[in-house]
Design a protein around this ligand. Sequence first.
Ligand SMILES: [Zn+2]
Ligand SMILES: [Zn+2]
Length: 311
Amino acid sequence: MSDPNRVPEWMEKREYTLLGAIPFVVIHILGIGGAFFVEWTTAAVVTCIVSYVVRLWAVTAGYHRYFSHRTFKTGRVFQFILAFLAQTSIQKGVLWWASHHRRHHKYSDLEGDMHSPVRDGFWFSHMGWLFVKGADETEYDRVKDLSRYPELVWLNEHHLVPPIVLGVICFVTMGAPGLFIGFFLSSVLVWHGTFTINSLSHVFGKRRFETTDDSRNNWLLAIVTLGEGWHNNHHRFQASTRQGFYWWEFDITFYVLKVLSALGLVWDLRPVPEKILAEGRAADTDRKAGRTPATVKGTEPPAQPALDPAA
Ligand SMILES: [Zn+2]
Ligand SMILES: [Zn+2]
């Protein structure tokens, strides 16, 4: 019998729910199918690209680096804007996302990790886990630091409000092309861009740190996902804002955060400690010489509750 804290009942039972899959399938049909039937106007195509980049950035900078890992600080208003923008990506609510992601780091590629390609295969880790009955529950005890903000709890409980607002704006301003290409098609692309980190980034790419999970660094995924492809770096040291540890490890999310910090919208971006960089250099040297570096445990999710940004 598994530890119920580590493997909740829903994960153990693994019953699929058709109800959970319907919106997912419908949005794919609307996005990919709809794109064949509407005119590809310049405005709709530009919106598709811009809303891909902006929303994926909000997912990586907001959902991931701020809410899940708290790698930088900001004020309460910008915190809300980050959550709202990230929620336009239709990836459920901010607290749901952060609680599940913290679970992923706690049990990476072990029993209790709900999306491990090593344990459950590509498709389950990419998206199959989303259709398991119970997967849509927020694990509030993992996000006590965030759930003290009533506006975030409200957003989490009304997680469809931001995407509906964006969809309506696209339709009202650009008509059917805006809705189907600018919103639905872009949403499908944002989904799969995000999902590759759970699936491909634990299978394809190079390992620098010999972490206890199977995370990889992959330059191509880093471009597609605005910097999230440096996933092995991230599993080794979650607390740093940047995931590309060097200038040649392209990390657009971090560059934008640097600009925002110069503007005073975010602050206290946490650096990669010299000790970790030195460990990485030694591991690179070992691999070049054909040796496997010593195994290192990835850092744990942030302790709670210690968030003091948006007081
Ligand atoms: Zn993470
Ligand atoms: Zn991972």
